[in-house]
Design a protein around this ligand. Structure first.
Ligand SMILES: NC(=O)CC[C@H](N)C(=O)O
Length: 372
């Protein structure tokens, strides 16, 4: 597909604002919450991250596609974003490790891709006016039809999406002879989390998003993990119950992003939809316990209430976001439980926070020593 064949396309926002672009590939129509990621690398990891399910992704990096794709950069088994908006889409790539080009990869999913968009203006607009739904389309002559279709798209607030991306049946990951066993709740788990746990000697059983504590306990695990995932944490009632049961049993528990939000809800801390989320690979976080900063990978549109957290005597804030002071990490004061809003597994992003996986394994080992 050459440059001259690109069809005109539009981005229609929920508030009626229109941006223009060109379709890369065959075009079409897609809907979802529009959000932006400021990462300069890592597009394949972003596009396959289940946490982005249902979202139209605007990339702020000037070029997308220029280093191709490889199977090792996949965070799940398929493309999860609902659409892609970029400035320049490169149909050619140069990278020795690449196994193919991004366009063919995305076309397998019939993804609607727009390029030649003034992404700087679009991102500034979303940043000022807040997260909202959008429709992207090459059907530019049917604006009323697009408006009607957009009006039927549910708001991200209140939306349960883990059921759309979670495994349907439990599966295993890692070496079954490992001496640490972890039961992980798959709310939309990224592969790099499993890689990080397995590389530290864990054998993991991954359970569907609505699994109970009893089901997860049947694996006889040494610790429990609640994963990242898409959508609003509030409707995840079974996951919150499961987290409460894990807490009541005082079993080791670690949560990342959506899992962190579920742990907060299980402790009576409310969550809220942010004006705009944090999505990028250079988000600065303060580690309260060490007094040191961490540069972190982030991808969330909801956050936990700082006020509720500060008023909860069972919970301490361990990390906060240095840009806006939002809560970035918590721990339970008397139970073996901690969680972070950001992504220590990176995929993509910096590795400043991988120590959190070591902390989880150490927590499990210390609990094991006590029980032996
Ligand atoms: N990466 C995640 O787990 C995201 C959590 C949640 N869907 C949010 O947007 O806040």
């Amino acid at each position: 597909m050459g440059y001259l064949e690109k069809k005109d396309a539009i981005i229609l926002l929920e508030d009626g604002t229109i941006f223009h672009g060109k379709a890369v590939g065959k075009g079409g129509t897609s809907t979802g919450e529009i959000c932006f990621n400021t990462g300069t690398t890592g597009y394949q990891e972003i596009f396959t991250d289940p946490s982005y399910f249902g979202q139209i992704m605007v990339t702020t990096n000037a070029h997308i596609g220029n280093y191709g794709v490889t199977s090792v950069d996949e965070e799940s088994d398929s493309v999860k974003i609902a659409g892609l908006i970029c400035k320049n889409f490169s149909e050619v790539f140069s990278r020795e490790a690449a196994q193919g080009d991004l366009l063919s990869y995305l076309e397998k999913k019939d993804l609607v891709i727009l390029s030649d968009v003034d992404t700087r203006a679009l991102v500034s607009y979303i940043r000022d006016n807040g997260a909202q739904n959008a429709i992207i389309s090459t059907e530019i002559d049917d604006l009323d039809g697009l408006k009607r279709q957009l009006a039927t798209v549910p708001s991200m607030k209140g939306l349960e999406l883990s059921s759309q991306v979670s495994c349907k049946e439990p599966y295993f990951y890692g070496d079954e002879n490992s001496n640490i066993r972890i039961s992980a709740l798959d709310l939309g788990i990224k592969k790099n989390i499993l890689r990080n746990l397995a590389s530290r000697g864990a054998y993991i059983k991954v359970f569907p998003f609505d699994s109970t504590y009893e089901q997860m306990k049947s694996f006889n695990p040494d610790g429990y993990f609640l994963s990242n995932g898409p959508g609003d944490p509030e409707p995840l009632t079974q996951a919150v119950l499961t987290a409460k049961d894990i807490l009541n049993a005082e079993d080791p528990l670690f949560g990342i992003c959506l899992g962190h939000q579920v742990i907060a809800l299980a402790n009576g801390i409310s969550t809220f939809k942010m004006h705009n989320g944090h999505r990028g690979i250079n988000h600065p976080v303060m580690n309260v316990e060490t007094g040191k900063g961490e540069i972190t990978s982030q991808n969330h549109g909801f956050a936990i209430s700082r006020e509720d957290t500060e008023n909860n005597s069972d919970i301490s804030i361990t990390h906060y976001h240095l840009n806006d002071n939002t809560v970035a990490g918590i721990k339970h004061n008397s139970k073996p439980c901690f969680s972070v809003q950001y992504h220590p597994e990176a995929g993509p992003g910096p590795n400043d926070a991988t120590y959190l996986f070591d902390q989880f394994i150490n927590l499990i080992n210390s609990t094991k020593e006590v029980t032996i």
